[in-house]
Design a binder for this molecule. Sequence first.
Ligand code: NDP
Length: 335
Amino acid sequence: NRRIVLAERPQGLPDDNTLRLEQTDIPTAGAGEMLLRTVYLSLDPYMRGRMSDAKSYAEPVKLGEVMTGQVVAQVVTSDVKGFAEGDYVLSGSGWQDYAVSNGDQVLNLGADPANPSWALGIMGMPGYTAYAGLLKIGEPKAGETVVVAAASGPVGATVGQIAKLKGCRVVGIAGGAEKCAHVVDNLGFDACIDHKADDFAAQLKDACPDGIDVYFENVGGKVLYGVLPLLNPFARMPVCGMVAWYNLPGLPDGPDMGPVIMGTILRMKVKVQGFIIFDSFGPETYKEFAAEMTGWLADGKVKYKEQVVDGLENAPAALNDLLEGRSFGKMVVKV
Ligand code: NDP
């Protein structure tokens, strides 16, 4: 049994000393427990936050503890009612081959789900984040302009496609020509701007001739500063993440942008609301999401791109790829 533990809290981007691969015996499941074998491990930007002991909405991973993460696993042996050998489950087992569970917080996906890994992406946490954040906080209306960055990733790609279904003009932001082409050609956004371009702000302005009504905030940094002057009165800004800043050891260099940010919110009467997907919306919203997304996927109205990395041992490097924009689509590790 291999497991990857947090060895050291990183300063900046995680490095070779941050995580450690360990070998242990396969754990044994006792009475009322089941043994799970990980099939897919999800990699997500929030994992960088769990490595740090800075104040957050969740407890940090302790040093020496298995890195936290959602997995799709298969039941090896079970003494838990409702779970049979061979069933696929969604579980918070973390970065390891095997885990023992009593079934608490574990979702049974059935013996033969069509796309088991999708429970980590479009049909799971990132898909739900996009759906609830956009529709319940962003409240897009037909004809409005919606902007979202990390537009080829699982959250951004889903936000943009749902906004298109609601009749909006949708402008994505992504890193590089290949991702931008995918966002427009395959996902159907109206435009996509490369945030690495020198004239990024000017290009964004050209792509939003009627200003911006909903900015779904995934990244912060230069993208946020490009968006601020384009916000329309009564714009909405669901604050979902700020991945551009996750690896900063302290505050960014440069001028204090506080007055520009707060001044824009005030003058433009922008509604800014942060959310954490686990506790910001009720069970009704989740049910709506599951039903609507199932339909959209079946009808081909929402498309989903995954990047599968092979081998648990490659997860640490893959997480850095994700944080630095070298992933393309929802990143999962085939364990
Ligand atoms: P992605 O798979 O899209 O990965 C993050 C992407 O961010 C990278 O691929 C990269 O794409 C982009 N990025 C990285 N650095 C920068 C930068 N400096 N400027 C602009 N873009 C950058 O991630 P997810 O779809 O899983 O998550 C998107 C956001 O949603 C994250 O901020 C995440 O933390 C947040 N989130 C929040 C949740 C909540 O409950 N609030 C729940 C789930 C996710 P590119 O190459 O295109 O720049």
